[in-house]
Design a protein around this ligand. Structure first.
Ligand SMILES: Cc1cc2nc3c(=O)[nH]c(=O)nc-3n(C[C@H](O)[C@H](O)[C@H](O)COP(=O)(O)OP(=O)(O)OC[C@H]3O[C@@H](n4cnc5c(N)ncnc54)[C@H](O)[C@@H]3O)c2cc1C
Ligand code: FES
Length: 634
């Protein structure tokens, strides 16, 4: 009777009341001893069983935290990632980051937060209190705590132009950090923000399988007006309006976020506009490529970098008659990854039946004699002709900023928008530019660069969301990207213009770590089958604690440590606090005795980091050792 009253208090509604939901949840909560306390050292993470589920334990000082064990992006086991001294767990696969104290999202590409469970130590054992159903892999995530719904305040609010990675993460961050005004997304795509990275890896043709949030969720839970299938054609920063479809509508803004991403390039050659010549950016493009790349068809791919080679990897399992790849360089990926890694990946693709035409270019695409609207063959600069039922151009993207040029904006040479460290468009009031269109100052070098990575766009969106919500955020992330090339390739840093590469392992066996060196410093790291090396490297690059090229060549490595090793946590903490007294034997084993003090991050890094990591508004009290004050007491 009591439970019935609690469940349906007015006896009319069949929707359980909030107290009822809490009551039912508490009924199923259990406290279980999951591990001996001495089996979890300071700076260590461990995945432990919780009935039929799993829980991740993390230890920071004498405080133990318990969260979901799997990443909310694609489900990686977080225990294999990196625990940082300031209480973040970095996923081993693609760089998502969570706060171990409360499970909140810290970095993209995490679309959801982790569950956080109570943990306490008694009688030498670690006890976790949780509802077992929220420890299973299918229920590993929770929606982020949204501090505002959007209904609280009127006015024009935030307008986001574009509906991609940056837009999605900006909306989430705005609401997570308490932005109360209206949010409007204007997107030329016909669906809510999708996981674009899956398009080339799996040629998924159903947008609803790729959307991070349904349009209904964006409207109801996030208080967002989503206008799809509309193109912004100009921006007036004096009147604070954007114009849609050449004047059909005008939208006013308080703050404007420009997040229009990239437009695939087409080579300016004869036949480039023939009907079966494809590029890939949207679900519509994926549908066309999927339909064209069926058994028995002859495919020619122009360009041998990431997106084109991911499509090749996806369709090489489809029994096509032939797949020819034309590249200007000797090896695929050469400009980014270098010859040796390129040769290793080439060997893999060749083993899947792909034929490469290196160091050449395309002269013309010739119409088919039977269907002149379609391409029939591809003529190379060498004079060779390849028959083709379909051609894919993977020759890069340019920033989608034609509407800004039409508005009279001065853009960078490549068509991008220059922003400051807060991602504010230089010379414009209340306007931010994020993601693929933004040329922004890099964390450690201050060099202005544009970076086309999913995480960068997402983390830009998150930073701007927090800034607009009232907590100004300089952008302090190291770029991370990944690619599927038979094995998973991970990469962090900005390796553009490297002058040396140090390779450990074997690119031909697709098991290696490559360090890219520029001006005597490691600036980027790539790996295959060596997780979580790249995620550790991203932390070391962020803190400017990367070993020197000479040290790496001499065999020194930080990566002999296990992901969950105590030493890594201590290393990072010791590196950013004054005292080295807690340095363990293990960490001394991989560092010179004076290395910790010598390798402390420089002041400009700690200053920027300090302003970027104030305590989260709804964090549980963070353990003393990870409070920003102590962390940054250098
Ligand atoms: C097939 C593919 C696979 C990829 N795989 C990876 C990967 O594995 N890892 C990785 O790190 N990166 C990957 N990338 C790159 C990554 O997807 C981009 O860096 C990221 O999507 C950039 O996000 P964004 O928000 O800046 O732009 P986008 O995600 O491109 O979103 C831009 C949005 O703006 C809209 N838009 C453009 N112009 C207008 C306008 N005038 N008016 C209104 N709306 C407009 C577009 O329709 C789109 O909705 C991949 C890219 C592609 C195309
Ligand atoms: S699975 Fe964790 S970031 Fe992708």
């Amino acid at each position: 009777m009591l439970s019935r009253l609690l469940l349906f208090p007015n006896n009319i509604s069949r929707i359980p009341s909030r107290p009822a939901i809490r009551f039912l949840r508490n009924m199923s909560v259990k406290t279980i001893a999951v591990l001996n306390e001495n089996e979890l050292q300071d700076g260590q993470m461990k995945e432990v069983a919780f009935e039929s589920g799993k829980v991740l334990l993390s230890r920071l000082g004498d405080k133990v935290h318990a969260t979901s064990a799997f990443c909310t992006h694609y489900g990686a086991p977080l225990a294999k990632g990196v625990l940082t001294a300031d209480g973040r767990v970095v996923c081993p696969w693609h760089g998502a980051c969570f706060n171990v104290c409360n499970g909140d999202i810290e970095d993209a590409p995490a679309p959801n937060a982790l569950h956080s469970f109570k943990a306490h130590v008694a009688d030498g054992k670690i006890h976790v209190t949780a509802d077992p159903s929220s420890t299973t892999k299918d229920n590993m995530s929770r929606q982020p705590r949204l501090l505002a719904s959007g209904a609280e305040v009127g006015g024009p609010g935030v307008v986001i132009v574009g509906g991609g990675s940056a837009a999605f993460h900006a909306v989430e961050s705005l609401r997570e950090h308490g932005y109360k005004g209206p949010i409007t997304i204007l997107s030329s795509e016909k669906y809510s923000p999708i996981d674009r990275t899956k398009l080339s890896k799996a040629l998924i043709t159903d947008a609803s399988k790729l959307e991070w949030r349904s349009p209904a969720d964006l409207k109801i839970k996030y208080g967002t007006t989503l206008r799809i299938g509309v193109a912004v054609t100009s921006v007036d920063t004096t009147a604070k309006t954007v114009t849609l479809e050449d004047g059909k509508d005008h939208i006013t803004y308080d703050k404007l976020i420009l997040a229009t991403g990239g437009l695939p390039r087409r080579l300016p050659i004869d036949g480039a506009d023939l009907e079966n010549v494809y590029t890939l950016r949207t679900v519509g493009d994926a549908k066309l490529i999927d339909a064209a790349c069926q058994e028995g068809k002859k495919l020619v791919v122009i360009g041998s970098s990431f997106i084109s080679m991911e499509i090749v990897a996806a369709v090489s399992k489809r029994k096509l008659a032939s797949i020819h790849v034309i590249g200007m360089e000797e090896y695929p990926f050469e400009a980014v990854l270098g010859k040796e890694v390129g040769a290793g990946l080439k060997k893999y693709h060749e083993s899947q039946g792909v034929v490469f035409h290196p160091s050449t270019s395309v002269k013309a695409l010739v119409p088919s004699s039977s269907t002149p609207t379609h391409v029939g063959s591809v003529v190379l600069a060498s004079g060779e002709t390849l028959e083709a039922d379909a051609v894919i151009m993977g020759v890069g993207v340019r920033p989608a900023t034609d509407y800004l040029r039409a508005s009279g904006w001065q853009l960078e040479k490549d068509g991008s928008v220059k922003v400051d460290e807060y991602l504010r468009v230089i010379g414009k009031q209340d306007v931010y530019a994020v993601g693929d269109i933004a040329t922004y100052p890099q964390l450690t070098t201050g060099e202005y660069r544009r970076v086309e990575h999913w995480n960068v766009a997402g983390n830009h969106g998150r930073a701007v969301g927090k800034t607009i919500a009232g907590d100004p955020q300089p952008f302090v992330k190291v770029p991370i990207f990944w690619s599927a090339q038979g094995q998973q390739l991970r990469y962090c840093g900005v390796g553009y213009g490297w002058d040396d590469i140090i390779i450990k392992g074997s690119p031909t066996e697709m098991k290696f770590v490559a360090y890219y060196v520029k001006g005597g410093k490691v600036v980027a790291v790539a790996s295959m089958q060596n997780d979580p090396v790249v995620m550790k490297a991203s932390e070391l690059l962020r803190l400017e604690l990367m070993p020197s090229p000479e040290e790496l060549k001499a065999g020194k490595t930080f990566f002999c440590l296990n992901a969950n090793s105590r030493a890594f946590g201590i290393l990072a903490r010791a590196a950013i606090t004054k005292s080295t007294s807690t340095t363990s034997f293990q960490s001394r084993a991989v560092l010179k005795p004076n290395a910790l003090s010598k390798n402390r991050p420089p002041q400009h890094i700690t200053d920027r980091y300090r302003s970027a990591r104030r305590p989260h508004p709804h964090a549980y009290p963070t353990p003393a050792m990870t409070s920003p004050r102590q962390l940054l007491a250098v």
